[in-house]
Design a binder for this molecule. Structure first.
Ligand SMILES: *Cc1c(COP(=O)(O)O)cnc(C)c1O
Length: 220
């Protein structure tokens, strides 16, 4: 069914929305089934699983780290990771910069915002992110590219609440774009929306969705 699920989702979303196929916990054979349809962007949330899959699978896959990333594990993914979605504090950003420099790369990252009414989710609030972007220390980081923002809505059936949270993230994106990245065309990603809420996210301006179970089936 993976092939069919993928095709159906791709047909139903606008062309300018990037689909990250979230393959966490799923075997390599499932990823290859998606790969063989031409899909190349996959998301994982654990460093060890990500590095093992990267080693075993075709090298033209673009791997996105979408989960909570600990600073001490950045070094394992720095040589190959394509986009890190979950930058939730400055210390982590500094470590990504340091490890990127070691392998002579510039790594793309998203700033994660805490938009949900759930403590279990990580991320900056607006003021914290603003303070970081204004700091001299931030400007000195030469081996990272901040490409945009990422967030997760509350796990709820309340559609209005989800809309509000995604709208908030979109607003943050617009404000940061005009205040800090006006002349940086690369700052252009709003990563929001998962299997249960990506349609709402797209209505609220998402241009990158992270979909797992709707492609690969429920996880255990
Ligand atoms: C697991 C995960 C997803 C995908 O979740 P589904 O509900 O299976 O689509 C998206 N984003 C993040 C950060 C995740 O951890």
């Amino acid at each position: 069914m993976i092939r069919e699920n993928l095709a159906q989702i791709k047909e139903s979303i606008p062309k300018d929305v990037t689909l990250v196929a979230v393959s966490k916990t799923k075997p390599n054979a499932d990823i290859m089934e998606a790969y063989e349809t031409g899909h190349r962007i996959f998301g994982e949330n654990r460093v060890q699983e990500l590095t093992e899959k990267h080693e075993a699978l075709p090298k033209d896959i673009k791997w996105h780290m979408i989960g909570h990333l600990q600073s001490n594990k950045v070094k394992y993914i720095a040589p190959f990771v394509s986009l890190i979605h979950g930058v939730h504090k400055f210390k982590l950003l500094k470590e990504i910069n340091k490890q990127a420099k070691k392998v002579d790369r510039s790594i793309d990252v998203l700033i994660q915002f805490h938009i949900a009414q759930e403590d279990s989710k990580f991320g900056f609030d607006f003021e914290e992110a603003k303070t970081m972007l204004e700091s001299d220390q931030f400007v000195e980081l030469e081996n990272i590219n901040v490409r945009g923002v990422m967030g997760m809505a509350t796990f709820t059936n309340n559609k209005e609440q989800i809309e509000d949270e995604f709208r908030t993230l979109n607003n943050y994106f617009q404000v940061f774009k005009s205040n800090f990245f006006k002349f940086n065309e690369g700052f252009n990603i709003i990563s929001m929306g998962m299997s249960g809420d990506y349609e709402i996210a797209i209505e609220e301006g998402s241009n990158m969705i992270r979909v797992g179970s709707k492609i690969f089936g429920e996880r255990k």
